[in-house]
Design a protein. Structure first.
Length: 96
């Protein structure tokens, strides 16, 4: 899951110039998220995206535009859906 908090002044400029909507569109096209949410968190524009990261080498391609243009603070963390969790728990049972 990707979480990005974006600088208010930089995103204000991005809205005026049209670069913020384009950056979000680019990110959506690259990440192909199964879910994406946008809103305010800790007082700044933020987004959360659940997507399948096939290879960690894709991270720069996904986030550099947000970092460079909007001074974003970005986190990418592995998460599981219910099926993944069930598989992981089943694998643990086989270890005991």
């Amino acid at each position: 899951m990707l979480r990005a908090h974006m600088d208010t002044a930089a995103t204000n400029q991005g809205i005026k110039s049209g670069t913020l909507p384009q950056a979000i569109k680019n990110l959506m096209e690259k990440a192909k998220p199964e879910a994406a949410y946008f809103g305010l968190h800790e007082g700044v524009r933020s987004c959360w995206m659940v997507f399948d990261l096939q290879d960690s080498s894709h991270i720069p391609v996904l986030v550099e535009e947000l970092l460079l243009q909007f001074n974003a603070e970005v986190e990418i963390a592995p998460i599981m859906n219910a099926e993944d969790l069930a598989q992981g728990l089943a694998a643990m049972e086989s270890l005991s």
